[in-house]
Design a protein around this ligand. Structure first.
Ligand code: G3H
Ligand code: 13P
Ligand code: ZN
Length: 284
């Protein structure tokens, strides 16, 4: 199969009441782990590349790996740009073969975010590429958003409605209390806000910073209407821990395959667990 856009995957998820996992990839082993997990679970899957991944591996390598992965897979696979920074970068990714993109204008004033998202959609639509945008501030764990700052940073339901109406975006990432990276404590999600947003917009909702969010909170978010769940940190943790374990056992090991092979297996296992949690097993 060739790479698919996320629109179809998320429409099916909406109809079935589950979410599709969006897993960050940085190298060949993680690409293979994502596919192996999706195949084992017979699940659709979204592979995404962050700014860091593009810098590390290069757009061409990421696209080439994802294309081969999708062609050989028996499940639908999307290649999505994660937190796209500019119109130019999004165009480069589309040209290189990404089947879906995120344009992250969340740091811009509302109207500028709308305009940038609209510009991207005008081009992406013409070539069948889906577009995710972001509204509100999904911080890093280091940002530590205080309770009394919630209204300033979290997604405002009325703005979400206006944003979706003005842009026609395919999926919207919202800020409801999650953050990227490892959490210091247990994250508390603002479910009443998510419910309000959900009642006002019908496009699929995306949850970023989902590593470290308790399983029951993820399940609740999906029940309310989250259809794409982003996971990066949990994969990194599993991958690097497996490397550590091999080297702790034998500090003289010099064969990269003996280190990265178990890491690939550990990544596959955590991704399978997440796919089951999101309810997309057997939905391919
Ligand atoms: O969304 C952010 C990713 O989880 C991490 O990004 O690969 O640029 O460090 P990075
Ligand atoms: P985590 O690294 O916290 O799982 O977040 C991933 C993410 O949101 C990528 O966009
Ligand atoms: Zn993110």
């Amino acid at each position: 199969m060739s790479l698919v856009s996320i629109s179809d995957l998320l429409k099916k998820a909406e109809a079935g009441g589950y979410a599709v996992g969006a897993f960050n990839c940085n190298n060949m082993e993680i690409v293979q782990a994502i596919i192996a997990a999706a195949e084992a679970e017979k699940s659709p899957v979204i592979m995404q590349a962050s700014q860091g991944a593009i810098k590390y591996a290069g757009i061409e390598y990421i696209t080439a790996m994802a294309k081969i992965a999708a062609e050989n897979a028996s499940v639908p696979v999307a290649l999505h740009l994660d937190h796209g920074t500019s119109f130019e970068q999004v165009m480069m990714c589309i040209r290189s073969g990404f089947s879906s993109v995120m344009i992250d204008g969340s740091k811009l004033p509302f109207d500028d975010n709308v305009e940038l998202t609209k510009r991207v959609i005008a081009v992406a639509r013409a070539v069948g590429v889906s577009v995710e945008a972001e509204l509100g501030k999904i911080g890093g764990t280091e940002d530590d958003i205080h309770v009394d700052e919630k209204d300033a940073f979290f997604t405002k339901p009325e703005e979400a409605k206006e944003f979706v109406e003005r842009t026609g975006v395919d999926a919207l990432a919202v800020a409801i209390g999650t953050a990227h990276g490892q959490y210091k404590g247990i994250p508390e999600l603002d479910f009443p806000r998510l419910e309000k947003i959900r009642s006002m917009i019908r496009v699929p909702i995306v949850l970023h910073g989902s590593s470290g969010v308790p399983d029951d909170a993820i399940e609740k978010a999906i029940k309310i209407g989250v259809r794409k769940v982003n996971i990066d940190t949990n994969i990194r943790e599993a991958f690097v821990q497996a490397c550590r374990d091999v080297l702790n056992k034998d500090s003289k090991e010099i064969d990269p395959r003996k280190v990265l092979g178990p890491a690939r297996e550990a990544a596959t296992e955590i991704i399978r667990e997440k796919i089951r949690l999101f309810g997309s097993s057997g939905k391919a």
